[in-house]
Write a protein that binds this ligand. Structure first.
Ligand code: PDD
Length: 287
């Protein structure tokens, strides 16, 4: 099926959508993005994604392409036009194109940002077989730039990380910097030991996951113990269980780290419970 996508004010068939070859997102990775999940035809955590987008734009001195209300309307239109029941909405804002290549930012008065959105249809997202099996992860060095709290489209290294994982027969990679786990290639990382959930605190070293915020709040509400601190891959390997969080996979149990099997090698009870609570609560508040 040909998707309807959104480019700078227009809804178009994906085959007709165009942006300039001089777009700075294309030439310089000068762009930020958001991925919002759709369940039951409704948007999960839209507010959180809109707030983080505004922050990413501000941190990079990039113009805001439209209001939050307009963004919500575009998301909803795309979900409706593409009949998405379960899936994702991808949004990207780049600094636009001034018709040439220059390292200096163009004048924001004359060069407007490029806004692109498209949907991805993912039937069965809430009940994915991967979440029932759990993921195997490997660890790799984190050699990304120092502002990982800004959600930029510089995803080459995370893509390479996924390929390294695949080559090792695993599903994903957790990255390590100065001896401590930062995050997964496209998710935040956690382990559980003696009932306590441990995850890295927020800083410029990791993306401030929207799912992370919700899951930690829900864990605390369910009287689970949460500790935000640096942790090593060895601690995670010796954990009772582990998991990741992201808008695209919600709470994903991790059953193996660098070949070390966690627990009995199946998704742990805390990860499973958090996934259930997160999906239940998200659906209640979906818009
Ligand atoms: N990735 N850390 C990184 C590096 C990420 O790329 C993501 C999300 C997260 C989790 O953030 P959130 O809970 O807001 O989705 C953490 C998205 C899903 C992606 O790139 O497709």
């Amino acid at each position: 099926m040909t998707r309807t996508v959104y480019v700078n004010g227009e809804y178009l068939p994906e085959t007709e959508a165009k942006i300039s070859i001089f777009d700075r997102g294309f030439l310089m990775a000068d762009a930020v993005y958001e991925v919002t999940s759709v369940l039951d035809g409704k948007l999960i955590d839209f507010e959180g994604h809109a707030v983080r987008l505004a922050r990413s734009l501000k941190e990079l001195d990039m113009q805001t392409p439209c209001t939050k209300e307009e963004l919500l309307e575009i998301h909803r239109q795309l979900v409706a036009k593409n009949d998405i029941v379960e899936g994702l909405v991808y949004l990207q804002v780049s600094r636009g194109s001034d018709g040439d290549r220059d390292f200096a930012f163009p004048d924001p008065e004359t060069t407007k940002p490029t806004l692109v959105l498209f949907t991805q249809n993912k039937p069965g997202l809430a009940n994915s077989p991967a979440s029932q099996k759990g993921a195997k992860v490997i660890s790799i060095d984190d050699i990304r730039w120092g502002r990982r709290d800004i959600k930029t489209v510089q995803l080459l290294y995370p893509s390479m990380g996924k390929m390294m994982a695949k080559a090792a027969g695993a599903d994903d990679a957790w990255m390590i910097e100065d001896g401590y786990v930062t995050e997964g290639t496209s998710n935040n990382a956690y382990f559980v030991k003696g009932g306590k959930i441990v995850t890295r605190p927020l800083s410029t070293d990791i993306l401030h996951g929207i799912t992370r915020t919700a899951v930690l709040r829900l864990a605390k509400e369910a009287q689970m113990e949460v500790e935000e601190r640096l942790f090593t891959i060895d601690e995670a390997k010796e954990a009772d269980e582990a998991f990741t969080t992201s808008a695209s996979a919600f709470v994903m149990p991790v059953v193996e780290i660098d070949g070390a099997v966690l627990g009995d090698g199946t998704p742990g009870p805390i990860a499973k419970r958090l996934r259930e609570i997160y999906l239940d609560e998200s659906l209640k508040h979906a818009i």
